[in-house]
Design a protein around this ligand. Structure first.
Ligand SMILES: C[S@@+](CC[C@H](N)C(=O)[O-])C[C@H]1O[C@@H](n2cnc3c(N)ncnc32)[C@H](O)[C@@H]1O
Length: 348
């Protein structure tokens, strides 16, 4: 991986954007974190996502999906955990779009013939689209607002090591960065690729709903004066740290999601914002307590792990508050059950 990066940087006059760096270390065929065969998910891997905790998240989400009788298209299905649960709860056709050949192979081994896999985005979509912890894994551009100008933070090579190096920002990146009011000096990220993904998908959605579930904020919180070092986060063997140059290709790199930008991209393509809420509020609205109530509470062996799972999904100190659910769609009558109480669309 280091040789690959060194070559790429040399061929580009000694500098690549952080987005390009992130694309290579996460997705380069055969080498990237998501494209090579390491464990990644679950207790043996680097991080745990909501569907990896157990089936509670999927069974609760299924209650929302019941009211939307569309085929399901899941983006970036990881180990296939969410699909595995949803397939037991619904009978609609289930399709996955997974760019990583290694993960696709694992999903195929786990899920079998009721699921189909797509190579690329279909021309038009009538359905429910789900992206859980996918947008945070999309490459971001890194920016620095300095007292004397706005810089793009990229990656160079010096003394055999990867280092940050800055160039004046230009083009769309500069235009976008100039609209964000931050105190200087300030560093953060801009998700141009996530926005383009939403624009493209929204343009192809004839009828249905897109659910984006991830950690992130509305713009005014994302670029909060106190978040002056941005949101980049790396995950390596259940340790979260801030150095994207440690273990290139061997660790996950993520950035939080700017939900205002996604909502704008969707609205710009003619979609309606159907709801925006914290994960805890969304799951409560969908009836997570009823799902818990179906469990046998007399059997502690059965109930204790489920209660622990609920605690992780709902607690503000865990995933409940930082994780959000955004729903955008076309031709669907609001309100959706998941946003019946505590909808925060007004904060986007
Ligand atoms: C952090 S994992 C989440 C996996 C799973 N959704 C879960 O919740 O456990 C990120 C996933 O997004 C996929 N991914 C990244 N970029 C993508 C894109 N542009 N389209 C579809 N999937 C993508 C990765 O290959 C990986 O499967």
């Amino acid at each position: 991986m280091l040789a690959r990066l060194q070559d790429e940087i040399r061929r580009n006059d000694g500098w690549i954007s952080f987005a390009r760096y992130m694309e290579i270390v996460l997705y380069e065929p055969g080498l990237g974190y998501y494209a090579a065969g390491t464990q990644k998910f679950g207790a043996e891997g680097d991080f745990v996502t909501a569907p990896e905790l157990g089936s509670l998240f999927g069974r609760t989400l299924a209650r929302q999906l019941e009211a939307l009788p569309y085929p399901i298209l899941e983006f970036g299905a990881g180990s296939g955990a969410l699909a595995h649960t949803l397939l037991t709860q619904t009978h609609v056709p289930y399709t996955i779009l997974e760019p990583s050949p290694d993960l696709r192979a694992r999903q195929q081994a786990r899920l079998g013939s009721r699921t189909q896999w797509l190579e690329r985005l279909p021309e038009s979509i009538r359905g429910v689209v789900i992206a859980n912890e996918v947008l945070d894994a999309m490459p971001v551009h890194a920016l620095a607002w300095r007292t004397d100008g706005i810089m793009e933070r990229g990656v160079s090579f010096a003394d055999g090591r990867l280092i940050w190096s800055e160039r004046p920002a230009s083009g769309t990146l500069l235009e976008e960065a100039e609209t964000i009011p931050v105190p200087r000096p300030y560093e953060s990220e801009l998700g141009l690729i996530a926005r383009a993904w939403m624009r493209e998908l929204a343009g192809r959605l004839e009828e249905g709903v897109i659910f984006v579930i991830d950690y992130g904020f509305p713009r005014h919180e994302y670029y909060h004066p106190q978040r002056a070092t941005g949101t980049l986060m790396c995950h390596y063997r259940h340790q979260a740290h801030g150095d994207p140059f440690a273990h290139p290709g061997g660790q996950d790199i993520t950035a939080h999601v700017d939900f205002s930008a996604l909502a704008e991209a969707a609205s710009g393509a003619g979609l309606e914002v159907l709801g925006y809420a914290t994960q805890a509020q969304f799951l409560v609205n969908c009836g997570i307590t009823d799902v818990l109530g179906e469990a046998n509470i007399d059997n502690a062996l059965h109930y204790a792990p489920l209660a622990a799972e609920a605690q992780k999904l709902l607690s503000p100190a865990e995933m409940g508050e930082l994780f959000k659910v955004l729903a955008v769609g076309r031709g669907v009558q609001p309100p959706l059950a998941g946003f019946s109480s505590g909808d925060r669309t007004g904060t986007l």
